[in-house]
Design a protein around this ligand. Structure first.
Ligand SMILES: Nc1ncnc2c1ncn2[C@@H]1O[C@H](COP(=O)(O)OP(=O)(O)OP(=O)(O)O)[C@@H](O)[C@H]1O
Ligand SMILES: [Mg+2]
Length: 304
């Protein structure tokens, strides 16, 4: 079952799942698996299939958690911006799979490089992602690895949440964050090895929004110093987005800084409120953060 590079030989594995599929192309490889485009022979339907193989890094419990989370999102796909999962499960002895809708617009990361978006459009996309996060949290799912490469775009430019790592805060399915991907989006509590909660996703969403709005990460440390980055995430102060990008309002500054509070309890109560504030910022309407606090942050960081 192993290819020349030691990774999964996808075509062989898929035969085990269902020999009614034909491999079109390998889309890409991530930390825990390989995603390929397949065509179902019976009706020519094209799907994306993620195949994951047990490695020393992930215990069966972790993969069971990923499969459980993927299946739990199934009923959400009709109403929310969550990538549609058709089925997910295990191919004995040690391969797991998720069959999903094939997304044609690439990742949000690629999309923003390709398409010049206005601030309003960015806030619109962010509010939709916020709604989808609220929907999964409501179902007891924690994303656990939110980042622009895990937001997939439809051909029409709609964002969809993808790749859920965790189902509930059950500790047996949680793996230390550092081992599953880029550390840039992790929250202070993840950096200190604590269990993740929906508040963790709220923080990671804040990092993503900061990057989307300013074009920069909230931190100055790069990958060359992982300990420096962890220190900055845990203790460093974050410059308000308006310091990095002209045209960011005191309201949007306040929203982003609230998402990025170090203390989970200080962050938004839930993503529904964050979504509503993002729409408030987009329309220059009311938001839930009191005006004194908005101008305080603005004045505090903009004083010379
Ligand atoms: N349903 C899908 N439709 C189209 N492309 C997809 C789909 N799911 C994943 N991809 C793409 O396949 C590639 C590999 O995805 P994968 O999730 O394995 O890795 P990743 O997102 O880069 O990292 P990570 O493992 O941390 O999630 C990525 O480029 C991803 O955007
Ligand atoms: Mg992914």
């Amino acid at each position: 079952m192993k290819g020349a590079d030691g990774k999964l030989d996808v075509s062989e594995s898929l035969e085990v799942i269902d020999d009614g599929f034909e491999l079109v192309r390998i889309i890409g490889k991530g930390t825990v698996g390989t995603v390929c485009e397949y065509r179902r022979r019976s009706d020519d339907r094209v799907v994306a299939i993620k195949l994951m193989k047990l490695t020393p890094m992930g215990t069966p419990e972790v993969f069971e958690g990923i499969i459980k989370a993927a299946l739990a999102t199934k009923p959400l796909a009709d109403q929310t911006n969550v990538v549609r999962v058709f089925s997910a499960g295990k191919v004995p002895p040690n391969t797991y799979y998720i069959i999903m809708e094939m997304m044609r617009g690439g990742t949000l990361e690629e999309y923003i490089k390709r398409v010049e978006l206005s601030l309003k459009e960015k806030l619109d996309i962010s509010a939709k992602i916020a709604d989808a996060l609220y929907a999964i949290h409501f179902k007891g799912i924690i994303h656990g690895d939110l980042k622009p490469s895990n937001i997939l775009m439809s051909a029409e430019g709609e964002p969809y949440l993808n790749d859920f790592y965790l189902y509930s805060s059950d500790s047996s399915t949680q793996i230390p964050y550092m081992s599953i991907g880029t550390p840039f989006y992790m929250s202070p509590e993840q950096a200190s090895g604590a269990l993740v909660t929906p508040k963790t996703d709220i923080y990671s969403f804040g990092v993503m929004l900061y990057e989307l709005v300013t074009g920069e990460m909230p931190y100055s440390t790069g990958m060359d110093s992982i300990n420096g980055l962890i220190e900055e995430i845990t203790n460093g102060s974050i410059a308000p987005p308006s310091k990095r990008k002209r045209g960011v309002s005191p309201k949007l500054d306040a929203v982003i800084l609230k998402l990025l509070e170090k203390e989970p309890d200080e962050r938004y109560r839930d993503m529904a409120l964050a979504a509503s504030d993002l729409r408030g910022c987009r329309e220059n309407g009311p938001i839930s953060i009191p005006a004194e606090k908005q101008s305080f942050w603005h004045r505090f960081f903009h004083r010379r």
